[in-house]
Design a protein around this ligand. Structure first.
Ligand SMILES: [Zn+2]
Length: 80
């Protein structure tokens, strides 16, 4: 006996909460949600990072090398 299929609306991506027009990516309202979305995309080496255009918004994906270097190492390497 088959169970009735759920509608497309019931199956929407509950983790994504918006769309960032600046970066043309899905956006999430917390790093935790972004990480959770990454776990559902098994096989891809992705990371959650804060959107630099909208406060409190997060994306998942591969950072460009220059952004990654600047965002992570600059404050630690170039101490005043
Ligand atoms: Zn963004």
């Amino acid at each position: 006996m088959k169970t009735p299929k759920k509608t497309a609306r019931d199956h929407k991506d509950s983790a994504a909460v918006g769309w960032c027009a600046v970066h043309e990516k899905r956006s999430y309202d917390s790093r935790k949600r972004a990480r959770n979305a990454i776990r559902q995309i098994n096989g891809e080496r992705m990371r959650a990072y804060a959107c630099d255009a909208v406060d409190g918004q997060f994306h998942i994906g591969h950072l460009p090398d220059n952004v990654r270097r600047g965002a992570i190492t600059a404050p630690e390497v170039y101490r005043p």
